[in-house]
Write a protein that binds this ligand. Structure first.
Ligand SMILES: O=C(O)[C@H]1O[C@H](OP(=O)(O)OP(=O)(O)OC[C@H]2O[C@@H](n3ccc(=O)[nH]c3=O)[C@H](O)[C@@H]2O)[C@H](O)[C@@H](O)[C@@H]1O
Length: 460
């Protein structure tokens, strides 16, 4: 960054140096002319003598003496002016001393910006390096996918409209020659030459997707059409981040991909559930009709670092509550179940699916299932010394009562199964939120209250 004070003092210093140089030059000129004038004066004496001795006067000689005298005095005047100018510049430079008590030009030299360093990435030649587009690339899952693909040596373009994504999640790659962050909303078309498209853009937390249900539907329908249109044009493979929510409040347990689901088309969750169901239909239609290469991942509950503090989902809510000794809020009686996977397992599954030849939907989730009541106790026990009580609040409308993925297809088709135990993932996530809370407190910012379903102002 250019430092205005530094620039100002540099110009003072240049002016001062200029004035000094002028003074020195004038001094030498003065000495030279003075010598010449002395010579002239002594010549005059000789001339006068010669005149007295009867030799003729040279008419120019006496007038030359007058000119020399005038030149000397004007030079002296000029030197005086320059001395004054120099002294005024010195005063102005002293006035510009910085507030830390440092003095003059030396004090205001700010350090130049250092070159940013990046995590080291694998080298790939042109043939093996893919150009990859990730919609929702600055979001919780998207940013972990960016990390994995970048470290693996690919070129990544991340699109995000920053509704729930944050630049902070990918800032460690900004400026890297293989990475590009683009502010763009997928409801508008986007054109770029790529080999693969991971289409993740959409709010995924219930309070976020219920905040603007029309936009949620547009993102999942128009956004998916735009990405499929792009894939068709540039012959890219497109992967849709679908969801376990396509199964609704399931009547089959655990849920295999063959289960059609149980969704309330007019309930508060339908903007997301039906949005993703249409997105899956669009994928299949573009595949059948236009030959677009497609992959469909049905993602089950996922957690990890970079979840938003006000994400509102159960993992972030419970951890933030436990870390601050606030009541842990169970919606309903806590008998509803979920199965939680750590985000790096999900990212591995997405990449394996993308690089497979499999076009039908695949569940990606960890089958380790707990009731929400049990989960509250697990989290509190993992936060040493937490004094949080566990309380029950009103239940959420259409809240799925049981959820657990059948992951046999993932094992068979893409050789994937989760590697991280839920507890190990939770410990990492607790440390992440602990650091976030400390950072907020140090910055004097309030720690956001956990958001309830419908807790964000709905847009009417
Ligand atoms: O985490 C995810 O990956 C999934 O999260 C949500 O689905 P949901 O299972 O309803 O997620 P949460 O809001 O985390 O709720 C899980 C359960 O915890 C309960 N809950 C949540 C928050 C809270 O403070 N207390 C609480 O009891 C909810 O009522 C629900 O029964 C999204 O709708 C899915 O698309 C997404 O895949």
């Amino acid at each position: 960054m250019l430092n205005p004070r530094r620039i100002r003092n540099q110009s003072f210093s240049m002016a001062a140096r200029g004035a000094c140089a002028a003074l020195v030059t004038l001094f030498f000129v003065f000495v030279l002319i003075t010598n010449t004038s002395n010579k002239s004066i002594s010549n005059d004496v000789v001339d006068q003598r010669e005149q007295e001795e009867g030799q003729g006067e040279s008419p120019g000689e006496s007038s030359k003496n007058v000119v020399v005298d005038d030149g000397v005095s004007s030079l002296l005047e000029r030197i005086k002016v320059l001395e004054d100018e120099l002294s005024s510049l010195r005063t102005r430079m002293d006035d510009a001393d910085d507030k830390d008590g440092n003095v003059g030009v030396d004090a205001v030299v700010a350090p130049l910006p250092t070159t940013k360093s990046f995590p080291s990435v694998r080298y790939r030649n042109e043939e093996n390096r893919k150009r990859v587009l990730i919609t929702g690339g600055a979001g919780f899952v998207g940013s972990h996918l960016v990390d994995k693909l970048m470290l693996d040596g690919h070129e990544v373009i991340a699109l995000d409209n920053y509704f729930t994504g944050r630049k902070k999640n990918v800032e460690h790659w900004i400026g890297h020659p293989n990475f590009e962050m683009v502010h763009h909303d997928v409801v508008n078309p986007y054109f770029v030459e790529v080999d693969q498209i991971y289409h993740l853009a959409s709010p995924a937390s219930p309070p976020h997707y219920m905040y603007n249900p029309v936009k949620t539907i547009k993102t999942n329908t128009l956004g998916t059409i735009n990405m499929l249109g792009l894939a068709k044009r540039v012959k890219a493979t497109v992967l849709l981040a679908s969801t376990s929510e396509v199964y609704g409040d399931p009547e089959v347990h655990p849920q295999p991909e063959s289960y059609w689901g149980h969704v309330n088309t007019i309930g508060p969750r339908s903007c997301y559930d039906e949005g993703k169901r249409v997105a899956e239909s669009l994928m299949i239609a573009y595949n059948k009709q236009e030959n677009v290469k497609i992959r469909i991942a049905r993602i089950f509950n996922t957690f990890g670092p970079r979840m938003h503090m006000n994400d509102g989902r159960v993992v972030s809510n419970f951890i933030i509550q436990a870390l601050q000794d606030n009541p842990i809020t169970i919606y309903g009686n806590g008998t509803q179940t979920r199965s939680f996977q750590y985000v790096t397992d999900l990212v591995d599954g997405l990449i394996k699916l993308m690089n497979s030849n499999y076009s039908a939907p695949v569940n990606i989730g960890n089958p380790e299932e707990h009731t929400i009541g049990q989960f509250a106790t697990i989290i509190r026990d993992l936060v040493p010394g937490s004094k949080s009580e566990i309380i029950n609040l009103e239940s959420q409308q259409d809240d799925p009562q049981q959820r657990r993925p059948d992951i046999r297809r993932a094992a068979e088709q893409i050789s994937w199964k989760p590697q991280i135990l839920m507890k190990d993932g939770l410990l990492k996530t607790i440390e992440y939120f602990r650091a976030e809370i400390d950072r907020n407190k140090r910055g004097g910012k309030p720690v956001p209250e956990p958001v309830r379903h419908g807790g964000l102002e709905s847009r009417r």
